[in-house]
Structures are given as structure tokens and as C-alpha cells.
Design a protein around this ligand. Structure first.
Ligand code: 1VU
Ligand code: MG
Length: 307
């Protein structure tokens, strides 16, 4: 099972209660946009936000972006209404339904079943995808089973604020470092375990792993550093909560020319080695072996996909 290869470097959150932001998000450079019905919408505004999102699916030109709507959680009275309204809406522009606070595989089966029923009843030809947000201790504990529970799933997303609350992490920040979590060499990343765990489960299931947002949207340096950390571990992209973060994320998750050129050198060196009947050689004083081919091919393939 491998999710459709889509460009997913940046994913901008847009509160569905603020429809005046939709055209700005559509015109911006984010690879993915999600209209949020969940935690950026007050309880009393849930119906209005849902109606705004439904109207925006066909009412706005979203270009080639991944268009997602984050519905309310399955432990709320809104979830089924959100899914039904989105899938009964005319047109088939919606790419992904994002489900927050996924706790175990049964919740994914239930969501898949509901989607299948509504799609069949509405005569939708195109199957909607799922984006699963891992942001609770329970979800993190079951992340591998969650990742393989439905063939609809395309991506897994780390939700840092809720995860911090659920794990009892002592912070009110959204992403970033914590001075209490410092080693002798300086700051350590308290999100490391969760990020690595979600990336591992997602990659093992052929899904796109998307790192959680960096809430301090005026701190460009902190965002850049957080994006580099996610990228270093294998994240495909990162959520943005402000349009000012999008360009930096697109740049961070784009393989750069030097990296791609080096990957091509690795492939050339390994091809030369193969012709000599060898599988382990040195390039620039460093070991290359057959695993190096897989690393380099993954990087070149991504660069080619991004054009
Ligand atoms: O220059 P203009 O006036 O034309 O535009 C403003 C503003 O309207 C626009 N803008 C956005 N456009 C599209 N999508 C957005 N999310 C968005 N945010 C702002 O950009 C221009 C500059 O805006 P600003 O600096 O004046 O920002 P505001 O003070 O208006 O808004 C800041 C917040 C953070 C409140 C806003 O960006 C926002 O609501 N972000 C998304 C929040 C969200 O969806 N949270 C839930 C998902 S993330 C999560 O779960 C966290 C763990
Ligand atoms: Mg959340």
C-alpha cells in the first residue's frame, strides 16, 4: 500500500469560521490547505463553519493543491454530520478528510465505513482520502495499527499541542524546544520520539508523514530549525498555521540542488562499483554500499517528482 505521490511540503490550516481567508489560502503557495472545523472553531459556530467549508469545496478554485477539511473528532456529536455534509456536497474536489485525535484502528475502520456509505448513497465516483492526526497518548501508542487500518489513508500528521496535553508534557508552546529538556550540549528536542514514531509508522505503511505546526509564527529562525529537524528524520512536510510560514516550509522540504547532485554522484559511483563487481566502495573518504543506492534514489526520485 503506497499513498498517491503528492507534493506535500507545506499544509496551511485555515479556520473554516473565517471564509474571508479561503481565497487567500487558495492563492497562496501552500501545497496543501485544510479548512478546519475542529479546534479553531467555537462550539456554537460548528454548523456555520461546516456550511462555509462545504460551500468552499466547489466555490473556490484551489488549483492543484491538496484540499482537505479537518472534521471534528469521533468523540463529538459533529463528526458524522461533518463527513456526511462534505461527501454529499456536489463535485468531487475534496481530496482528504482529516480526522483529529485518532486513538486506534477501530476509529479508522468506522470513519472508512461512514465514508463508503455516504459515497455510495451520493453516487460519488471518487473515493475521498483520509489524513490521520496523531495527537494523543492513545493514538501514539497505536500508531502502527492506525497507519494500516484503511486503504483510504494518505498521510499521518503530528498534532503537537494536543499531544503535549495528552502526554502531560510541561509546556504550553506549540512545537519548538523546551529549556527544561536540555542536555549538557544544549537543547534537546522533546518532540523527537513522537515525530520519529509517526514518521516510522507512516513510512512503513507507504503514507506521507507530516510534521506538526510551529506555533510561534513570528519566529522565522525557530520555524526553519524545526522544519530542518523534521526533514532530517524523514518528514515529507510540515503544517503551517500562518501563511507567513509557507515559503520557508516549501524551501525546507524541497531537496536542494547540492543534495541532489551528491545523490547523483553516489548513484554514478555505485554503478561504476557494480561494473567492477563490488558493492562497497569509498567516495570522498566515506563508505557507500547498496543502501546508499536506495538513499540516493529516494532523493533523486523526490527531486524529479517536484520538477
Ligand atoms: O494581509 P491580509 O490582511 O490580506 O491577510 C492577513 C490575514 O488575513 C492572512 N492570514 C491567513 N490567510 C490564510 N490562512 C490563514 N490561516 C491565515 N492567517 C492569516 O494573512 C495576512 C497576515 O495575517 P496576520 O499576521 O494579521 O494574522 P492574524 O492575526 O489575522 O491571524 C493569526 C492567526 C494565528 C490567528 C491565524 O493565522 C490563524 O487563525 N491561523 C490558523 C489557526 C488554525 O487553523 N488552528 C487550528 C489548526 S493548527 C492546530 O491544530 C495547532 C496544533
Ligand atoms: Mg489538535
Amino acid at each position: 500500500m503506497t499513498a498517491i505521490a503528492r507534493l506535500h511540503r507545506s499544509e496551511l490550516a485555515v479556520p473554516a469560521i473565517r471564509p474571508e481567508l479561503f481565497p487567500k489560502a487558495a492563492a497562496g503557495a501552500a501545497d496543501a490547505v485544510f479548512l478546519d472545523l475542529e479546534d479553531s472553531v467555537p462550539e456554537a459556530e460548528k454548523d456555520r463553519a461546516r456550511a462555509n467549508a462545504v460551500a468552499a469545496l466547489g466555490g473556490i478554485d484551489w488549483g492543484r493543491k491538496i484540499l482537505a477539511v479537518r472534521v471534528n473528532g469521533q468523540d463529538t456529536p459533529h463528526f458524522y454530520k461533518d463527513v456526511i455534509a462534505l461527501l454529499e456536497a456536489p463535485g468531487d474536489r475534496l481530496d482528504v478528510i482529516m480526522i483529529p485525535k485518532v486513538g486506534d484502528a477501530r476509529e479508522v475502520f468506522a470513519a472508512d465505513l461512514l465514508c463508503s456509505q455516504v459515497e455510495a448513497a451520493a453516487g460519488r465516483a471518487r473515493r475521498v482520502g483520509l489524513g490521520l492526526v496523531i495527537e494523543t497518548a492513545k493514538g501514539l501508542a497505536h500508531v502502527e495499527a492506525i497507519a494500516t487500518a484503511s486503504p483510504r489513508t494518505e498521510s499521518m500528521h503530528l498534532g503537537v499541542a494536543d499531544l503535549a496535553a495528552s502526554l502531560g508534557m510541561r509546556t504550553t508552546a506549540i512545537g519548538g524546544l523546551n529549556p527544561d529538556y536540555a542536555g549538557p550540549g544544549g537543547m534537546l528536542d522533546p518532540w523527537h520520539f513522537a515525530v520519529a514514531r509517526v514518521i516510522t509508522a507512516a513510512r512503513a505503511a507507504g503514507l506521507r508523514p507530516i510534521d506538526g505546526p510551529y506555533g510561534d509564527f513570528r519566529d522565522a529562525e525557530g520555524l526553519e530549525a524545526a522544519a530542518r529537524r523534521g526533514r532530517a528524520l524523514g518528514a515529507e512536510g510540515k503544517m503551517a498555521i500562518h501563511p507567513g510560514q509557507v515559503a520557508a516550509l516549501n524551501a525546507a522540504f524541497q531537496p536542494d540542488e547540492r543534495e541532489v547532485a551528491q545523490a547523483r554522484r553516489v548513484l554514478a559511483a555505485m554503478e561504476a562499483a557494480r561494473l567492477e563487481g563490488r558493492a562497497a566502495v569509498a567516495l570522498d573518504g566515506k563508505l557507500l554500499d547498496i543502501a546508499s543506492i536506495r538513499q540516493a534514489e529516494a532523493m533523486v526520485a523526490k527531486a524529479e517528482r517536484l520538477g
